[in-house]
Design a protein around this ligand. Sequence first.
Ligand code: NI
Length: 142
Amino acid sequence: MAQVERIGISLDKKLLGQFDKMIEQLGYQNRSEAVRDMIRDKLEAKKLENPETTAVAAVCLVYDHHETALSKRLLELQHSKHLQTISTMHIHVDHHNCLEIIALRGKVRDITQTADKIISLRGVKLGKVNMIATEDSHTHSH
Ligand code: NI
């Protein structure tokens, strides 16, 4: 584990009360873990503001497989030269609906453009993108 430094934070009572109530509802056992997560979340959001940041994304879609042109377009978009499709998972939900989860790696700009194109395709009923920034080197240590 990395070196740990203790810090003190001054907060007015009302704000601290609201914070404690919120983290209790979220299930946090202590304030430190909640503060750490909030800092990470903020740092992550900041990184993703830069379109040049390398990220991995999970694009989740629900679509009607009776829209025959859609599957073809989906595949074409996944073969975009700027992006690497890491994996796709396809679940047949019911007679009409398919759930597809597409994991992509690339720059935030290209991921966002491709995801927007996918989600706006005719027949896509629901689409969401979740991204996390990654190191460019594709290596990391635990
Ligand atoms: Ni299906």
